[in-house]
Design a protein around this ligand. Structure first.
Ligand SMILES: [Zn+2]
Length: 261
């Protein structure tokens, strides 16, 4: 019998049963195990964990838990300076690409609107979704933490909120993407990149009113869908502005110096 003590910090507590939140608790193990399996057996996906201290020393996921170990588990926290210990999630996160699971269609449209690369197919689920994330080196976005517990998943994020606008803020904050947004650069329908296109090239595909009213057009390089600053454009701009503002205030409360504008 192996007896260990565990304590989870910050938002990792959201994954625990109520009596285990924000307290040090005891766990008995019948068999030796890695600290990764120990953490996931408490309901916390490994993709959410960035730092593990055992008896005060940082360890990686393969550490084998011993009798009497005292385990502290910390989330990914971009603003915390812990550079001299073993951080478990890869960084810097340049050119981050995502794949979202089938329940996150509204989040996907919003992320694409902000210019983020997110693939999405509502028919791709479970194992197939995991394999897509791994083979394409994409961060898996899901509300299903069981998916994130699969051993082969290296990077993922468990979306907490069920409100799409709130989910957007979660993703931007978690991956520190505030300075990497390029609104209106990506097709909302297929994730392709948009490029300006001369009006005369698309004239035959425009509704008569649009033909008369607008002069600036963009086309998806993948599905050829045409975009222009139509009546819904203002609403989209408002959304982008709200996200920027929302994110700026979050960053201020985190006492960060970087700014997105
Ligand atoms: Zn497209």
């Amino acid at each position: 019998m192996i007896l260990v003590h565990l304590r989870f910090y910050e938002e990792l507590n959201e994954f625990l049963s109520p009596e285990r939140r924000k307290v040090r608790f005891e766990k008995q193990l019948l068999l030796p195990t890695t600290v990764k399996d120990l953490i996931q057996s408490c309901g916390v996906p490994h993709t959410e964990v960035d730092l593990i201290l055992v008896n005060g020393n940082s360890v990686d996921f393969d550490y084998r838990v011993g009798d009497g170990d005292d385990v502290s588990v910390y989330p990914v926290f971009e603003t915390l300076d812990i550079s001299d210990v073993t951080r478990l999630q890869e960084r810097p996160l340049r050119r981050l690409r995502f794949v979202a699971d089938s329940h996150l269609g509204k989040l996907v449209r919003r992320l694409r609107l902000l210019g983020l690369d997110v693939t999405f197919d509502k028919h791709v689920r479970g194992r197939e979704l995991i394999e897509q994330a791994v083979s394409q080196k994409r961060v898996l976005l899901t509300r299903n933490r069981q998916l994130l517990m699969a051993n082969i998943v290296q990077r993922g994020y468990c979306v907490r909120s069920d409100q799409p606008d709130e989910q957007v803020v979660e993703v931007i904050r978690r991956f520190d993407l505030g300075n990497n947004l390029k609104p209106f650069s990506r097709c909302l329908r297929c994730n392709g990149l948009l490029k300006p296109v001369p009006k005369e090239d698309v004239l035959h595909r425009l509704p008569p009113m649009t033909r008369e009213t607008y002069d600036k057009f963009f086309q998806c390089q993948n599905c050829r869908k045409i975009y222009w600053p139509g009546s819904h454009f203002e609403k989209l701009e408002q959304f982008v502005e709200t996200v920027h503002r929302r994110f700026a205030s979050k960053r201020n409360t985190n006492h960060q110096l970087k700014h997105s504008d």
